[in-house]
Design a protein around this ligand. Structure first.
Ligand code: NAD
Ligand SMILES: O=C[C@H](O)CS(=O)(=O)O
Length: 472
């Protein structure tokens, strides 16, 4: 763990293993921290907050830029660590590190643009204005699927705003988080500004939810845990940002460029073996082209290569663990039971008995009552089904408790405008299957979350608004 600028063990001396999802082998171990370490981290962040907040925006900007540079200087090592503990192909891991670093670059600039405002007073003897101030100590809890980017997407705006932070990475992927802390230390980020606590989620979360010095919870993970944290934050009325589950509809209209649409499904569905919150989860294809589309999608899906993430030929890595595999397996079995047809894939890759690898899978003949059409699959399985017209597909696409990302491929401007205006999703890709960038606000409607990360919106999540009225 990294607390108050020190690399420390758990007070109990306990540690927990970190394993490679590709083969089940232990690749390391990290301290198994709990309540005590969680409190020590808040102590450090609270002690560091006044000095960090008092730095000029220019000084914070400079340090964020240095952190950005230190991460990229160590990109290959961090990416290899990420592959070993998370499983994604090395090329994707390198891409994630670049994406993660881009948030530090973006917020090193945004740090200098936290503006207030003056407001014309209604009384001649008054001057009224608004200032923005950092919320204080931030608690960040992050998932395993993007172990680098989900941390910097929170810490970059938090530190830019003048906040200090305590971070609990996912227990499956703590090593990447610690590599980011090493880079921050090299960059000269002062002690106590960033604190990484590895260990028991429930114990650590309970301490941070109950500590009134923690003024903000920023969470990325499942909707279930997000709701739990949101309830807990109410006790001390903390600000909350939640980046939660998704169930993205991917809509292909008859006028779409089929090759681009197929490429888009492959990009969106199979990135990180389908373990992303913005993956295509439901592929709706307009009836006149569905047979041609499925044939092309099947042909392209078969070109994907399942394997160890460190193998340059690999494009589909393992699922994170057995529980993830069992969920994917249940979605495939349920679809088949209810009349779905396997166009390709559908099985666990038997060559890897110590890792949970699933063949990239396309299922046709899908109906809305199937599990895969209701629950986030988080695996390399694409259900394909037809629709008649734009009104019908928008109704079906919106019929979900989730509202994170949605996609539509069409060459018709009127259709594109109708779709993006009426889809109830925080992120809409029109002929674009990979919309996520640091300069845009990322977040969801409905049970996909609260707040936004990225863009100028992202820093507002870490700022308080103060209204000042001076009577002269
Ligand atoms: N919207 C987004 O930007 C986004 C990004 C990535 C992942 N996700 C979602 O995350 C889910 C997969 O990630 P996951 O399996 O790591 O999610 P998860 O909710 O199981 O865990 C996320 C984090 O929460 C911690 N946690 C779990 N229970 C906790 C508790 N009681 N108190 C405190 N912390 C607790 C975990 O240790 C981990 O660090 C999917 O639903 C995916 O859609 C969303
Ligand atoms: O899975 C969650 C990530 O936010 C996906 S993305 O890399 O930001 O698109």
């Amino acid at each position: 763990m990294y607390i108050n600028g020190e690399w420390v063990k758990a007070l109990s001396g306990d540690s927990f293993p970190v394993t490679n999802p590709a083969n089940g082998q232990q690749i390391g171990a990290v301290p198994n921290g709990g309540s005590e370490e969680a409190k020590l981290a808040v102590d450090a962040a609270a002690d560091a907050f006044p000095q960090w907040a008092a730095k000029t925006a220019e000084e914070r900007s400079h340090l964020l830029r240095k952190w950005y540079e230190c991460i990229l200087d160590n990109k290959n090592e961090i990416a290899e660590t990420l592959v070993l503990e998370q499983g994604k192909p090395l090329k994707e891991a390198l891409g994630e590190i670049t994406y993660a670093a881009s948030f530090l670059l973006w917020y090193s600039e945004e740090a200098k643009r936290v503006y207030g405002e003056t407001i014309p007073a209604s009384a001649p003897d008054k001057r009224i204005f608004v200032v923005k101030q950092p919320v204080g100590v931030v608690a960040a809890i992050t998932p395993w699927n993007f172990p680098a980017a989900m941390i910097t997407r929170k810490l970059a705006p938090a530190l830019a705003a003048g906040c200090t932070a305590v971070v609990k990475p996912a227990e499956q992927t703590p090593l990447t988080a610690l590599k980011l802390a090493e880079a921050a230390e090299r960059a000269g980020i002062p002690k106590g500004v960033i604190n990484i606590v590895t260990g028991n989620p429930e114990e650590i979360g309970e301490v941070w939810l109950g500590d009134s010095r923690v003024r903000k919870i920023t969470f990325t993970g499942s909707t279930e845990v997000g709701k739990l944290l949101m309830r807990g934050a109410a006790n001390t009325v903390k600000k909350v940002s939640l980046e939660l589950g998704g169930h993205a509809p991917f809509i292909v209209f008859a006028d779409a460029d089929i090759d681009k649409a197929v490429e888009g499904v492959i990009q969106s569905k199979f990135r990180n073996s389908g373990q992303t919150c913005v993956c295509a989860n439901r592929v709706y294809v307009q009836a006149p082209i569905i047979e041609k589309f499925v044939a092309k999608l099947r042909e392209e899906t078969k070109k994907l290569t399942v394997g160890d993430g460190l193998d340059p030929a690999t494009t589909i890595g393992p699922l994170i663990d057995e529980a993830a595999y069992r969920k994917v397996e249940s979605h495939i079995e349920d679809a088949i039971t209810r009349g779905g047809q396997i166009e390709c894939g559908g099985k666990r890759v038997s060559a890897y008995e110590d890792g949970y690898f699933v063949e990239p899978t396309i299922i046709s003949g899908v109906t809305d009552d199937m599990k895969i059409m209701q629950e986030e699959t988080f695996g390399p399985v694409a259900p394909v089904l037809s629709f008649s017209d734009v009104e019908e597909v928008i109704r079906r696409a919106n019929n979900s408790p989730f509202g994170l990302a949605a996609y539509a491929f069409t060459e018709n401007l009127k259709t594109a405008i109708t779709v993006y205006e009426q889809l109830e999703y925080g992120i809409v890709g029109i002929n674009d299957a990979l919309p996520s960038v640091a300069q845009a606000p990322f977040g969801g409607y409905k049970e996909s979350g609260l707040g936004r990360e990225g863009g100028h919106h992202g820093i507002e999540e870490f700022l308080e608004t103060k209204y000042v009225s001076i009577r002269i």
